[in-house]
Ligand binder design. Structure first.
Ligand code: KDO
Length: 334
């Protein structure tokens, strides 16, 4: 018998003695390994929040977890995290509604522009029964558990060259960079632009060289990824109140003890609170910052964008599979 076998047997014996389930969490040097992958840049709040997560766990469970933070999409490419988690190569990620919609088309409802009203509405929708229904379906179909939702911000259109943009018609022909999936591209189309897929990490160069005419992101990410250095205008369309779902692979989560799960949940909530507080505060201050940086920040006819974008979704194939009555239930959350 090898040392490894002895160790595993000993561990299994100890687990059985404790009455735990048969599965064991991935262990690295006796610690539960939690590999995190995110496209977030280090200067962004949802990049920094992972340090808050790690520090919370180091404090509540010293020596129990090996938290490995990989920013800038350095471990897995943006959008490939759910597949990596299902294969057992990754434990934690912040996934988008668009990632979920690929597997559960009925939840493409959360990719629709002008549905979730603001951060407060977002938290109430996803932390209540509506969110619980989705999280259950995600656990069943995607083998990941959603531990909570973080606020990413209100997405705005950010252009290389100044343009008079009042309605979606004014974005005609604008090559607008969107993340690379059809669910994201549809949003760009609904805004009236010509959507061009590009991973987040390639956007700065794309804007600098003119491969694309613009991009859309919440203001804190425009600041953190320095897109303001290579653009001249921000059009305040506020077309999507965006969120990131903090997801952990079910295999890893289910293998943890109840106490470990509780500590991981608490660390996640601390990370989300850090992200949300800072992001909401900064979002309110950034218009001034961008103006000082020489950008034009302009107000379009938001009602015109709202009507056009909502109609595009309502008339799309996506809406055909949305759960009956869910739009009304979401709207009714106050
Ligand atoms: C982006 O690529 O525009 C996006 O904002 C999409 C989000 O879902 C999320 O992946 C985010 O990038 C990254 O976390 C980088 O901030």
């Amino acid at each position: 018998m090898t040392t490894q076998q002895i160790t595993r047997r000993t561990l299994l014996g100890a687990t059985a003695a404790l009455g735990a389930t048969a599965a064991l969490p991935a262990l690295a040097q006796g610690k539960v390994m939690l590999r995190i992958s995110t496209p977030a840049v280090p200067e962004d709040w949802h990049g920094k929040m992972w340090t808050v997560f790690k520090e919370a766990l180091d404090k509540s469970a010293p020596g129990e977890f090996d938290v490995q933070i990989n920013l800038n999409g350095s471990l897995f490419k943006q959008g490939t995290e759910p597949a990596a988690m299902a294969r057992g190569n990754l434990e934690l990620a912040a996934i988008s509604a668009q990632d979920i919609a690929k597997i559960l088309p009925e939840y493409s409802i959360y990719t629709a522009g002008y549905l979730i009203r603001d951060p407060d509405h977002q938290q109430k929708v996803f932390n209540g029964p509506i969110g619980a229904e989705m999280y259950k379906a995600v656990a069943e179909k995607m083998d990941v558990q959603i531990l909570g939702i973080g606020y990413l911000g209100s997405r705005q259109v950010n252009l290389r060259e100044v343009r008079n943009v009042k309605t979606p018609a004014d974005l005609k022909g604008v090559k607008l960079r969107m993340p690379g999936s059809k669910e994201w591209l549809f949003l760009g189309e609904a805004l009236g632009a010509t959507p061009t897929p590009l991973a987040f990490g390639e956007v700065y160069l794309g804007l600098k060289t003119g491969t694309v005419d613009g991009q859309d992101n919440p203001l804190p990410s425009v600041r953190a990824a320095k897109f303001y250095e290579v653009t001249k205008q921000i059009v305040m369309t506020s077309h999507l109140t965006d969120g990131i779902f903090i997801a952990i692979s079910s295999k890893s989560y289910n293998a943890m003890s109840a106490a470990q799960k509780q500590k991981v949940n608490a660390a996640t909530q601390a990370a989300i609170a850090f992200n949300n507080d800072n992001r909401i505060k900064e979002e309110a201050q950034l218009v001034d910052f961008f103006k000082k940086e020489g950008l034009q920040v302009t107000m379009p006819d938001v009602e015109s964008f709202r009507k056009t974008v909502q109609a595009a979704y309502q008339n799309s194939d996506y809406a055909k599979v949305w759960p009956k009555g869910l739009v009304d239930r979401i709207n009714a959350v106050k």
